[in-house]
Design a protein around this ligand. Structure first.
Ligand code: FAD
Length: 254
């Protein structure tokens, strides 16, 4: 009998690994990306996440999930974390960690909310706030692999300054005519803003032509109410429910 070979994105055993912070990047006033070197990282698929575990000096442990922002092709792992001001874990990750610091992480986790450029059909990504993180891994992967299908990102943020990866998204869209990025700004808009100014809804997806796409693959990620509204709207617009994948990040609205 031959031993099973490790497959990218499918860990043989979920053991805790040591992640070392290589660099930090501020994406918005409340969001910071961590680039990590993870010992014996087995590889991952775009859309997967990791568990992060912090241990206090008295032994108290806290554990949370974070999506992987980096594409499978990247040599280092990137996480992008939004600071929840009264939160237990996120303020530590965004505010306390420095290059060279080490914490525990395990993964990759999740085989459902994943996308690969080999998957046929147009790609529709709907994200709210930090829900854009796994969608960004998909867009980064798509750009590296060479796009073969059109893609649409509908991205809901509170205001212009809270758009995570704003410049990179602009660069990706400018370099790729088959990628369309549509922002909606729910709380405040810059002067002269012509775009959407409300939460993602059925009329928005209809206006963006989602129902006219042939066999699209939908990925919806963000705060629970946003995910539920967008998924329900997509079903009402006639999208096959089996092609709609959702990931819920947290309880509050964006
Ligand atoms: C599969 C998965 C992937 C995730 N990926 C990411 C990611 O890439 N980036 C990221 O920033 N977060 C991500 N999250 C959310 C993350 O796991 C934590 O829930 C979040 O960082 C808050 O943890 P905390 O310890 O700081 O707050 P907690 O101490 O858990 O909560 C403090 C307060 O904030 C509220 N709260 C908890 N989570 C959220 C939230 N997401 N939004 C608003 N309010 C919240 C709680 O109800 C509570 O009132 C993901 C969650 C899941 C399930």
């Amino acid at each position: 009998m031959t031993e099973a070979q490790p497959v990218a994105g499918v860990p043989r055993r979920l053991l805790w690994s040591r992640a070392e912070v290589v660099s930090l990047r501020d994406d918005t006033p409340r969001v910071r990306s961590l680039t990590l070197a993870v010992a014996d990282w087995p590889g991952h698929l775009a859309g997967q996440h990791v568990d992060v575990r912090l241990t206090a000096e008295d032994g108290y442990q806290a554990q949370r999930s974070y999506s992987i922002a980096s594409p499978p092709e990247a040599p280092l792992l990137e996480l992008t974390v939004e600071t929840i001001s009264d939160g237990e874990v996120s303020p530590y990750l965004t505010g306390e960690l420095r290059p060279g610091d080490i914490f525990e992480l395990r993964g990759p986790i999740g085989g459902y909310f994943v996308w690969s450029e080999r998957q046929p059909g147009p790609l529709v990504l709907i994200g709210g706030g930090s829900g854009v993180v796994p969608l960004m891994a998909m867009l980064r992967h798509r750009a590296i692999a060479g796009p073969t299908q059109p893609a649409l990102l509908v991205y809901s943020s509170r205001n212009w300054d809270e758009i995570i990866y704003r410049d990179e998204l602009e660069r990706l869209a400018a370099a790729d005519p088959s990628l369309r990025i549509v922002h909606t700004l729910t709380r405040a808009q810059p002067q002269g803003w012509q775009g959407f100014r409300r939460r993602v809804d059925k009329a928005m997806l209809e206006e963006l032509g989602v129902p006219a796409l042939a066999s699209p693959n939908l990925f919806i990620c963000g705060p629970t109410p946003m995910v539920e509204t967008a998924a329900q709207a997509s079903v009402e617009l006639g999208i096959d429910a089996a092609r709609i994948k959702t990931e819920r990040f947290g309880p509050s609205g964006g």
